[in-house]
Design a protein. Sequence first.
Length: 618
Amino acid sequence: MVSRALPILALVCGCAAPNLDEVSANVTGTTIIALTFDDTFADNFQVGALTESHGMRATFYVNSGRIGAAGSLSHDQLVALEAAGHEIAGHTVSHANLATLDEAEMRRQVCTDRVALLDAGFRITSFAYPFSGQDATARQVVRECGYNSARLVGGLVNPNSCNGCPYAVPIPPTDPYQMRTNDSVKAETTLDALEFYVTSAEQHGGGFVPIVFHHVCDGCDSLAVSPATLDEFLSWLELRAASGTVVATVDAVIGGAVQPPVDAPPPDTIPPGSNLLRNSSLEVDDNADQIPDCWQRGGTGTNAATYTLTSGAFDGNVAQRIDMTSWTSGVRRIVSRQDLGGCAPVATPGHIYRVSAVYKSTAPVMFTVYYRNAAGGWVWFAQSPSLPATATFAAANYTMPAFPSSATAISVGLSLVNLGTVTMDAFELVDTAAPPADSMPPTLAISCNGVPCATTWYRTAVSVSLAASDNVGVTEVRYTLDGSDPAIAGTLYAAPFNVSASATVRATAVDAATNRTSQSAPLLVDIVAPTARVSAPATNATVSGITPIVADTTDNVAVYRVRFYRDGVQLGTRVQTTYRWNWDTNTATIGLHTLSVQAEDAAGNATRSAEITVNVVR
């Protein structure tokens, strides 16, 4: 029996929060909805504020290896979500389909992911199977890695499918490691369909209904809900509170203590020998999916291809063949499996590796290289020059750059880059050993708008470029804008960036031997013009004798100088002082005159005030 209280219920219905024991003991008429968001997408961050505005909280199933990557949620964003009451949950390190893995690799994906999230300070009790891929072994692994529940995708009734399926998960779930859902929300999923998931559960005795979202955006993906549709759904859910329908996180529904972390088994040891790749001749395909064991398909762009194991081999009995049947852009490839150690060879930072293979093709091909980072995510690293088409088997090899300090494993393969076919066989990956000792630090230069940075004020945003070079190779360049050490909290430099306010750019370049060079450039940047008006005399005032003209000015940094004008002609200036000019009206003709002031800051930004009119008398 669940004993954890459900504090979020009070936020939704405005009533006292019931205990889940009470909910479980009185299921009829009680429906609990969980808003769950999979895959660490950056566009999910807006869900926090959106659900909070309706008094609700969501569950975010996170891949630890994706945190901070392009297009993914950052660590700081996840911290902010949890601090606001949302749940952070596990989803494997790299979004792996557990049903395709052996037990050791399952444990590396599930346990390592949970340990990483726990180490990052999150409360981790819930899990979701990527691709809904699971079996009895996977369920046991998830339980033993310390999760209190695991969510599938599908298995509950849908408007046009799954006839005979249940409408909700019982509370408490009969099996918390096989919690069903309706189908994933897609771009074509209507508001009516979302409401159907809820009302059909309400009308059939209630229960627990996890709803699966992925992207939150307008038309960015087939698995996307528009922010407007989501907001309408949340508004509608608020109205269901009166009938006993509430929204809660998965952790709040399942309850239970946070289990201690469980370490995964270490990576498998590569058998002795110079070739670091498993199944390098592509002979073994135990699951008969036309992809050799310890290898995987991949690709980019808009194209279509088929993969087959052909008997026309160079070495052994079979070779891998890829047929590109349509092509607009991108590539199709096979690479060594990107896992956490069952297949992926360990990489030694600073070492240089060489990959070779035998191929024949009707279109150009190239070697592609990835590395696994410390978080378990896979990162594109390098690719070879294009290799020409060849009608007969030809040997090719590619020597990579030195591996960066963050690399922990290697994935290599061949890519087909256009319409045609490629047949590949006999891969080999060797460590050429560490490069020669490198004691020479990189060179580093900071430039502003394409030239060396100046010490004067800039009146527009400055485009800052960082250029580094090294006798062996620069592994990374990082920078900060507050003068702090980039090695501690710097931003990885990729392209020129704009600085729109005064800052101290400090940059560090590092080479493969960890030699380091730092440079600093203090920038004085002010792109905001001052404000200015004549505060005295008053407009239409009658003046005579010595009349003070007083300027009222403001600036985001400081006003440097004020100019005083009568009838458009400068009377005088005041610099960094009281901005007041004593005007002898006896020097002016009797009658109407205009007065104005101009405020200037140190960067040269200037604002001329509106003119006022005064009447000079004797």
